[in-house]
Design a protein around this ligand. Structure first.
Ligand code: GDP
Length: 393
């Protein structure tokens, strides 16, 4: 599936940069066009793979290239004011060649949190292609203002896109790691999952393997109907390393190469489907009640079979209670892994979002209290007790 990706804000730009790198590395060709938008000049300059002419600095008149400092209302305002400049960069995209737009942003900050919903609304008004969002939730230790920003942006972003795919930094946070090192691993996880998902729709049906290759229309249909999505992933190494060294992960693949029977393949696939659905999702949630799902099995064709995917699909139908579970192959001959990626769309039982909203409301109340308190404190400091002094003017 070919996407026009727009990375909004620092996180959005970095993840987009990583998608481009993934595309080059794997040859998956899902990023047909890439535009980065930011109000902070330094963040735009730090990007590696996005062409200079596709980096748009907004809000120069208001913030002079220094960013909006986690003020997402200001982020939304400057996006609105400078939407023509963003559109200018999008004008150079061959939109007739893309299947959809993907607007990527961290929801806890200012520029992306405020700007991504504004841009999505604009794109939906102008183009007929679907506009999807990829929104990153802050981890809980980032504090109240980030949580409040994310909760407000989430509400708005879901409303303005055809589907919001969510990644929760909190579910992926590791202790004892530097923020940057942590993000690097997290961003790799993001591009791997979404890269396989969207890459699946890039293989021509009937191409490498004649069986049941995922088509981009299946991704679009799974995402249609709106709402919130999450993605599961599980993989198993199948390759033997060249030069005769056996990888320590291969385990029961020993000697499985050519004589591997169909039952083995089927079992491997169903077990990977279970692991992907019941393991860590990009947004942790209850999968029961998901409205639609898409199962993608990727790997060398000899490790994929229709029966395994069919069994996995049936199992997903039972677990989600959904009647709309699609599934198919993503054959990648040279891959050393068999991977299962599951897109669960229209999820509604998401305790993490309810918690986020609760913390956001508390933060909002606290901020109001503190603001009021500090006004009173300042008044007490500046005014003399008996009101004997007069200001100059
Ligand atoms: P903006 O530039 O004002 O849009 O704000 P940032 O993108 O810097 O930060 C917004 C939020 O995104 C932060 O609160 C973090 O939760 C998250 N974030 C920042 N950088 C990264 C990154 O590289 N990867 C991921 N996954 N999240 C990030």
């Amino acid at each position: 599936m070919k996407l026009a990706m727009i990375g909004f804000g620092q996180a959005g730009g970095k993840i987009l940069d990583r998608f481009l790198e993934y595309d080059q590395r794997t040859g998956s060709e899902i990023v047909r066009a890439a535009v980065a938008v930011n109000s902070a000049k330094a963040d735009l300059m730090g990007l590696k793979n996005i062409p200079e002419e596709n980096r748009v600095l907004i809000g120069q008149a208001r913030v002079k290239g220094h960013g909006v400092g986690a003020d997402n209302e200001l982020g939304a305002e400057i996006a609105e004011e400078d939407i023509d400049e963003v559109q200018g960069a999008i004008d150079s995209i061959p939109v007739h060649e893309v299947d959809a737009f993907l607007v990527i942003a961290g929801l806890g900050g200012g520029t992306g949190s405020g700007g991504a919903p504004v841009l999505s609304k604009h794109l939906k008004r102008i183009y007929t292609e679907p506009v999807y969002g990829l929104g990153v939730l802050p981890s809980q230790d980032e504090g109240g203002i980030y949580t409040l920003n994310a909760a407000r942006s989430f509400q708005t972003f879901v409303r303005e896109v055809d589907n919001l795919m969510v990644f929760d930094n909190d579910a992926w946070r590791k202790t004892g790691e530097s923020m940057e090192g942590g993000y690097s691993e997290i961003n790799e996880e993001i591009v791997k999952r979404f890269g396989i998902l969207f890459g699946a729709g890039e293989i021509e049906p009937g191409g490498e393997v004649g069986e049941s290759v995922v088509d981009s229309s299946e991704i679009i249909n799974t995402l249609s109907g709106g709402g919130v999505s999450t993605v599961g992933y599980a993989a198993e190494e199948v390759s033997r390393e060249k030069k005769g060294l056996l990888s320590r992960f291969t385990g029961d693949d020993d000697g499985a190469d050519d004589g591997m029977d169909a039952a083995n393949t089927t079992n491997r696939i169903t077990s990977l489907v279970r692991k992907a659905a019941l393991g860590r999702l990009t947004l942790p949630c209850e999968i029961d009640g998901a409205e639609r799902a898409l199962l993608v099995m990727s790997g060398p064709p000899k490790y994929l079979n229709r029966k395994g995917i069919e069994r996995g699909r049936k199992w997903l139908e039972e677990q989600t209670g959904s009647m709309e579970v699609r599934g198919g192959d993503y054959p990648v001959s040279e891959s050393g892994f068999v991977a299962s990626v599951i897109l669960l769309s229209g999820v509604t039982n998401v305790p993490r979002i309810k918690e986020l909203q609760q913390v956001a409301i508390e933060a909002q109340d606290n901020i109001d209290d503190i603001r009021q308190q500090s006004e009173e404190n300042l008044h007490r400091l500046v005014e003399d007790d008996e009101d004997e002094l007069e200001p100059l003017f």
